[in-house]
Design a protein around this ligand. Structure first.
Ligand code: ATP
Ligand code: MG
Length: 416
């Protein structure tokens, strides 16, 4: 009987301590099913600290392996062949795995999840190594063992039920299983940074609600909403579904331009965004806000200005990129597919609303004074009330826009 190869996923055990274990594993399995939806029937089994994914057909394997790179919590993964746990069968399976591959040196690495087996790992390694050398010699191949730096490694894992044999160990994204950490609101501009900030927090298990503030496009085709929407669509598969709030910002910015000193404008815009974001967070019982600030990247991101802006956040403010360089951020953006989207020309703020020379060092008190002529509570509640909400879902391997049931601002009055 031919055995179907399976996808073997390894996760880091660190976060699987005590009572949280079954919660995390349950979520992890759910996200595996979600990621692999659209590939036919998928069976997921937990076995001795690893995950075995069985697919309906061998054709689905390359696509599944590709998708495994996006399942948070996967430390590394392999396409493995399964065998009975006796060494003679494993020898045969190992040789079948190796025979078609070109290499001159190799090593065998055995791990026993089941310590009751009647042989030790290194005994099994030696025996398998010898068999591989013999088989190669029989077919006229000259290969040798190199334990330090082999061209190819044959991995064998013995679980309590089977042996798993593979030769390629590929890195997964790492992180925590999706949707295990709680909810956050992410202020998403459409630029490189906030998309990457969102990704980093999702990777640690946070579930994000997105909020985008948009102006009026400077030129036709340069609106920022389609860009924010496309980024959300790119990120949705990681958490299964997501809400995107689109908040018209033009009028509020105009009020800032008319009512506050020019040098503080951008900082006041940011404070308004945080307040409106916090109101939306409150509505969803989210635990904090995420922004894409990176220390010193632009005038509004000096330590002084971040403190002055952040002073109004009534929820914890997360800045996952604060210590990252632009290049590091761009590299992640390319990897996750948001780079191209953020590279499109768009304007989320009318250029005439930008100050000629923004202040580099403001204090919270200066900003409070600068805002004195503005009716902040009214601006925040108008912002929340005018938000439009869109809902995206990942279904059968595709992102679709779902119909939103309740109005976006059902209890806006309570929020500010
Ligand atoms: P990004 O690349 O994310 O646009 P940036 O380096 O351009 O960031 P700023 O424009 O100063 O920096 O914005 C800092 C952060 O404020 C952004 O990362 C984002 O979290 C938030 N933000 C800025 N503009 C918007 C917007 N139009 N809608 C939602 N959030 C925004
Ligand atoms: Mg920006």
């Amino acid at each position: 009987m031919e055995v179907m190869p399976l996808l073997l996923l390894h996760y880091h055990e660190m976060w699987l301590k005590g009572r949280n274990r079954s919660f995390f594993l349950h979520k992890f399995v759910a996200s595996i099913h979600e990621q692999l939806s659209g590939l036919g029937r998928v069976k997921v089994e937990l076995e001795d600290g690893r995950v075995l994914v069985r697919l309906q057909s061998e054709q689905a394997l390359p696509a599944a392996a590709e998708k495994a790179q996006r399942i948070f919590g996967v430390a590394y993964y392999s396409v493995a062949a399964e065998a009975e746990r006796d060494l003679a069968t494993v020898e045969q399976t190992a040789w079948e795995q190796l025979a078609g591959q070109s290499f001159r040196t190799f090593a065998v690495r055995v791990r026993r999840a089941d310590k009751t087996l009647p042989f030790r790992s290194h005994e099994a390694e030696q025996r398998l190594g010898r068999t591989i050398l013999d088989r190669a010699a029989q077919t006229g191949r000259s290969i040798s063992v190199d334990l330090e730096n082999p061209d190819l490694t044959c991995y064998v894992e013995f679980t309590s039920r089977r042996a798993l044999v593979y030769t390629k160990k590929l890195p997964g994204p790492g992180g925590m299983a999706s949707n295990t950490a709680g909810k956050l609101v992410c202020l998403l501009s459409g630029g490189y940074d906030s998309a990457v900030a969102a990704y980093k927090m999702m990777k640690r298990g946070a579930r994000l609600i997105f909020v985008h503030f948009h102006g009026v496009a400077a030129r036709p085709g340069e609106a920022s909403e389609p860009v924010a929407r496309e980024i959300v669509r790119t990120l949705v598969p990681y958490q299964g579904s997501a809400r995107l709030y689109l908040v018209p910002f033009y009028e509020l910015q105009r009020e800032v331009v008319l009512g506050a000193p020019e040098g503080f404008r951008i900082l006041i815009y940011r404070r308004l965004m945080l307040r409106i974001g916090a109101a939306i967070a409150h509505k969803h019982r989210a635990l904090g806000l995420v922004v894409g600030d990176s220390l010193g990247q632009v005038a509004s991101q000096t330590l002084q200005n971040m403190a002055a802006v952040g002073a109004v956040a009534r929820l914890p403010l997360y800045r996952p990129l604060v210590g990252d360089d632009k290049q590091e951020i761009i590299d992640v953006a390319r990897r996750i597919g948001t780079y191209e989207i953020s590279s499109e020309r768009f304007t989320d703020c009318c250029p005439v609303f930008l100050p000629r020379s923004p202040r580099l060092f403001a204090t919270p008190e200066e900003l409070d004074r600068a805002e004195a002529g503005l009716d902040i509570p009214s601006m925040v509640s108008r912002g929340v009330a005018s938000a439009r909400r869109e809902v995206y879902k990942f279904v059968d391997g595709r992102v679709i826009e779902a119909q939103s049931k309740e109005p976006a601002h059902s209890d806006a009055g309570l929020l500010v």
